[in-house]
Design a protein around this ligand. Structure first.
Ligand code: 2YC
Length: 284
């Protein structure tokens, strides 16, 4: 999990409305539509004010410490989705006490290892990487108006890549996976065969697999490995988080056929899943 920097998230609150319009343009759905669809709920069911959905975000100082603006960015996403929300005045354990005193329905907090949305009354705990994989896979299928029978290359089989691969197989895509650590790719393929009874192709050469695919899911922690030569007029890319795996020239070429943000789709999916979701997590 690559640690975000303040410069990655400082504009999130201010640009959410514009980002939502961009999502509507390229996927046909808003941030709320994508998150609801990723979680399998009808957006009409989401009524933040009537449902007493108070969202608390707790800054956490443990480990490498607070990322300036992180909690505020997360709170801004909750507020943009219509949820009453606040950042606790206190950090860490006292922040948890504050969230409970104010009867928050869902609590979001992140240390250096995990970023969780916790809904005590529903007993749901949603992890950011899992939600991000599902959220971006859903946005990708919306951008492509369905992925059934389409070949999709997932680069990186860490938490986000694993979650995305499971979601994409569930959408009927023919998924291939590449990871520098082939054992990880093999483990994922084995897991998907066991739980979904579906085959996943293991790619051994990144450049060759990029040339043979038109739909990429970039779940890699490496920057700029997708170059202009890999991108054609029918290339579509979902690239959650930081760094972006596409070179600057590639970014100019891909234009609107790119889904990329540092937090928005993942946090929106976490919130909808914690508050309204019912599906049991498939542990890829
Ligand atoms: O400000 C705070 O509360 C910090 N403890 C937050 C640390 C977040 C560390 N994780 C990341 O930077 C991100 C995750 C949000 C998803 C991937 N990397």
């Amino acid at each position: 999990m690559t640690r975000l920097r303040t410069e990655d998230i400082r504009d999130i609150r201010r640009t959410l409305r514009t980002y939502d319009k961009q999502l509507l343009k390229i996927t046909g759905g808003t941030l709320q539509d994508i998150a609801c669809r990723a979680v399998g709920i009808n957006p009409g069911k989401v009524r933040p004010s009537q449902d007493q959905c108070l969202v608390a975000v707790i800054p956490v100082t443990w480990g490498r410490g607070i990322i300036k603006g992180f909690a505020q960015a997360v709170e801004g996403i909750a507020s943009h989705l219509g949820f009453p929300s606040f950042v606790t005045k206190e950090t860490d354990v006292l922040g948890l006490g504050e969230a409970f005193e104010r009867k928050a329905s869902v609590i979001l907090l992140s240390d250096d290892r995990s970023f969780l949305a916790i809904c005590p009354r529903r007993g749901r705990v949603i992890e950011n990487s899992d939600a991000t994989g599902r959220g971006f896979a859903t946005a990708l299928t919306m951008m492509k108006k369905g992925l059934r029978g389409e070949a999709v290359l997932v680069v990186g089989t860490g938490h986000v890549g694993r979650s995305a691969a499971v979601a994409l197989v569930g959408m009927g895509a023919h998924v291939s996976v590449y990871d520098v650590d082939q054992t990880s790719s093999r483990k994922l393929a084995k897991r998907i065969k066991k739980i979904l009874k579906r085959e996943v192709t293991i790619e051994e050469d990144l450049d060759d697999s990029l040339r043979r695919h038109r739909i990429y899911f970039d779940a890699s922690p490496s920057p700029g490995f997708i170059h202009s030569k890999h991108i054609t007029t029918d290339t579509f890319i979902a690239a959650p988080g930081i760094p972006l795996g596409i070179s600057p020239e590639g970014q100019n070429k891909i234009k609107d056929r790119l889904l990329h943000d540092p937090l928005q789709i993942g946090v929106a999916t976490m919130l909808m899943d914690a508050l309204y979701g019912s599906k049991e997590k498939i542990l890829p």
